[in-house]
Design a protein around this ligand. Structure first.
Ligand code: GLN
Length: 244
């Protein structure tokens, strides 16, 4: 089996180790004998998202979001087509924001998002960024788990119809919203940098299953020994005084 990953704006949208998510997906596929091909695509390059099983976009500061958003908007129909054909999506922070209605930065400058979802993002003032370690409780594709990450965003994302998780420690979609990210059966959009996947192997495997589904249907993955990965997550949960 094989999965093909499209890594968007790898050179511009990559904050707090987001590229590490790609490495985790490659490693976890390799351990199972699943071929994992990764193509990058930046401004002006021509890739068809429907050729891929997983679409990945990392986070970016306001400057980088302004640099890439017009190029991203030109790809709306092609991304919609991939969505219609079961491509899976992992979107981190700035990438998450740009799949909604718009992003308005702290200077009030508003850039359009792709408008696939009803949420919208308005950045708080410079002194009110959501920064720090974050822990959440999620249920994804029938799996219930706690996850940890790192967030640093001014954006306050509102009107999220189906959040990814409940915040146990940290901020999430807005300063004190209690919820984090957006999720549906194909898209995981989250504020959790870190990168997200090394300490949350259950999410990595869910994404691999979602990616495989496009051309293979439902697949059961061989279990891996995640002792170290889960220990790394548990150390952070402990530090955040989250038990059980
Ligand atoms: N620039 C956006 C914000 O500040 C996204 C930041 C990010 O991707 N970490 O909210």
């Amino acid at each position: 089996m094989k999965i093909r990953i499209l890594w968007m704006y790898h050179d511009l949208m990559d904050l707090y180790g987001d590229k590490g998510n790609i490495q985790v997906l490659k490693t976890r596929c390799a351990k199972r004998g699943i071929e994992c091909e990764v193509d990058t695509c930046t401004i002006g390059e021509d890739r068809d998202p429907d050729d891929y099983d997983l679409f990945f976009m990392g986070g970016g500061a306001d400057r980088e979001q302004n640099l890439i958003y017009e190029d991203l908007l030109k790809r709306r129909d092609a991304i919609q087509n991939a969505m219609d054909h079961n491509t899976a999506f992992l979107l981190i922070c700035g990438g998450y924001q740009l799949f909604g209605q718009y992003y308005k930065d702290q200077d009030g400058q508003k850039i359009d998002g792709l408008g696939f979802f009803d949420y919208y993002t308005i950045a708080a003032d410079r002194d009110h960024r959501c920064i720090g370690n974050i822990a959440v409780e999620a249920e994804m594709d029938g799996m219930k788990f706690k996850a940890v990450g790192f967030e640093n965003h001014g954006g306050q994302t509102q009107n999220v119809a189906s959040p990814f998780a409940k915040v146990l420690s940290g901020h999430g979609n807005t300063y004190k919203s209690g919820h984090e990210g957006f999720m549906n059966s194909q898209v995981l959009a989250t504020y959790m940098h870190g990168p997200l996947l090394p300490k949350n192997p259950v999410i990595a495997d869910i994404l691999i299953r979602r990616a495989l589904k496009k051309r293979n249907g439902d697949v059961v993955l061989q279990e891996l020994d995640d002792t170290l990965e889960n220990k790394a997550r548990d150390v952070m949960l402990e530090r955040l005084k989250i038990h059980g």
